[in-house]
Design a protein around this ligand. Structure first.
Ligand SMILES: Nc1ncnc2c1ncn2[C@@H]1O[C@H](COP(=O)(O)OP(=O)(O)OP(=O)(O)O)[C@@H](O)[C@H]1O
Ligand SMILES: [Mg+2]
Length: 165
């Protein structure tokens, strides 16, 4: 990993603020992989991220649980895709929902990214959400990437890298 860090979100507002911070660094071509258990906060993060990137604070951002993917327009002219691949049956279905054609020119936020072909995630920003047992509103987000570009962007955001253990 080029970057690894852990961040405690004490409540939902913390998760939204963290998403807003990361959204300032988003670019077309990015894949942001959102892993973690059901209800852990992936859609909450994606909603705040998309609202920040579009600049529309009350934008409707439904969970793509059944549609699998929802598209939004960034003001700079590229697309933001929010996908939930929990119900994806096979990798071939990725073509049907159009992500394969678009992913180099768009920014993708993908819940349940374990359904993606491995090579898609080579330069992804990986977020893993875990419950903190002692507090039901608290989540731990693990941030990891092998992308030098993301590592540089995280440094600029003062999101520190942890020393290898
Ligand atoms: N610290 C927190 N961060 C994010 N959400 C939180 C937090 N604390 C409580 N919550 C609540 O947890 C729920 C998270 O739901 P969300 O739909 O974001 O999860 P999800 O990971 O997308 O689930 P799914 O796997 O079903 O798509 C929301 O009801 C939210 O209010
Ligand atoms: Mg979700």
């Amino acid at each position: 990993m080029t970057h690894l860090s852990h961040h405690t979100m004490h409540d939902e507002a913390d998760t939204r603020r963290f998403a807003e911070t990361l959204a300032t660094a988003g670019q077309p071509g990015d894949l942001i992989a959102l892993s973690g258990d059901l209800g852990a906060g992936k859609s909450t993060f994606a909603r705040a991220f998309i609202r920040a990137m579009t600049g529309i604070p009350d934008l409707e951002v439904p969970s793509p649980t059944f549609t699998l993917v929802q598209a939004y327009d960034h003001p700079a002219g590229y697309a933001l895709y929010h996908a939930d691949l929990y119900r994806l049956e096979s990798e071939d279905d990725l073509e049907d929902i159009g992500l394969d054609d678009e992913r180099m020119d768009a920014l993708l936020l993908v819940e349940w990214p374990d359904r993606l072909p491995e090579d898609w995630r080579a330069n992804a920003l990986e977020l893993t959400f875990t419950y903190e047992a002692q507090d039901k509103g608290s989540r731990l987000i693990t941030l990891a990437t092998k992308s030098g570009s993301w590592a540089d962007r995280l440094t600029k955001l003062h999101i520190g890298n942890e020393p290898p253990s």
